[in-house]
Design a protein around this ligand. Structure first.
Ligand code: ADP
Ligand code: MG
Length: 245
């Protein structure tokens, strides 16, 4: 534990909550400790990622241990892969169960960027990473009676809510294991009250009892922390550097 404390201090990793897993110091530990597919490991190096960033060091083991997380680290610190890698590790290979992970982004542009990064990391695994495009065809593609041959959904909250309110429901979220809110601080901002209702609606539609949630932000915000305390049990809070709210 002395060694772990030194590691956390060195990278300014703060973690709160019960039984936090140790941070990783190298991506190799994802293989040795968490059994990540070696294809993903190779993809990381193709992306030019040689060592994990501090948020990746701590968020990957937290999510790989099946824990919900509220994570705060500044812009440009590698938060995207911090949540994508443990999700990819958990989903392993394609299944015909419908979406098992949903990543909510504030804008369509960010959703596309996140999809690009995800596609690079899943190269060779066959996992299907979708962005909701043709809303009018969604029910047959993503509803209860669809073929369910898709794994990861990356989208804005608006689109999800629109499809959830269709009759019959045009997006089946009952297999979702991971719900990620990227840029949670922005989406929870004051004056965006409509968003909270949207997020609650999406959270409810992800009805699997073992659902895990990850809220990722650039700054620590009380609104996000409050939502976590109210809704998720046993979550861990990770902050990198100063708590700059
Ligand atoms: P954030 O979401 O925290 O703002 P991003 O996930 O967009 O940050 O990552 C910022 C940049 O850092 C991107 O260009 C990404 O490709 C790169 N990056 C992410 N992780 C690593 C890593 N471990 N090593 C090197 N570069 C990385
Ligand atoms: Mg980001």
């Amino acid at each position: 534990t002395e060694k772990i404390n030194r590691l956390r201090n060195k990278y300014h990793i703060h973690i709160k909550g019960s039984n936090p897993p140790d941070p990783l110091e190298t991506f190799n530990e994802m293989k040795t400790k968490y059994g990540i597919n070696s294809q993903v490991f190779d993809n990381l190096f193709s992306c030019g990622y040689n060592i994990p960033t501090p948020i990746q060091m701590q968020a990957i083991p937290v999510m790989a241990s099946g824990r919900s997380v509220m994570a705060c680290a500044q812009t440009g610190s590698g938060k995207t892969s911090a949540f994508l890698l443990p999700i990819i590790r958990d989903l392993k290979k394609p299944k015909a169960k419908g979406f098992r992970a949903v990543i909510l982004c504030p804008t369509r542009e960010l959703a596309k960027q996140t999809q690009r990064e995800c596609l690079r990391l899943v190269d060779g695994l066959g996992l299907r990473v979708h962005i909701l495009s043709k809303v009018n065809q969604a029910e047959s593609r993503y509803g209860e009676k669809s073929n369910k041959k898709f794994d990861i959904l990356i989208t804005t909250p608006n689109r999800v809510c629109y499809l959830l309110s269709e009759e019959p429901v045009a997006l089946d979220l009952t297999s979702v294991k991971w719900l990620i809110l990227d840029e949670a601080d922005k989406l929870f901002e004051e004056g965006k009250n409509g968003f909270r209702e949207q997020f609650d609606q999406i959270y409810k539609a992800c009805s699997r009892s073992s659902l895990k949630v990850g809220l990722f932000s650039a700054t620590w915000t009380n609104a996000v922390a409050k939502w976590c305390r109210r809704n998720i049990k046993g979550f861990l809070t990770i902050t990198i550097g100063q708590r700059n709210s």
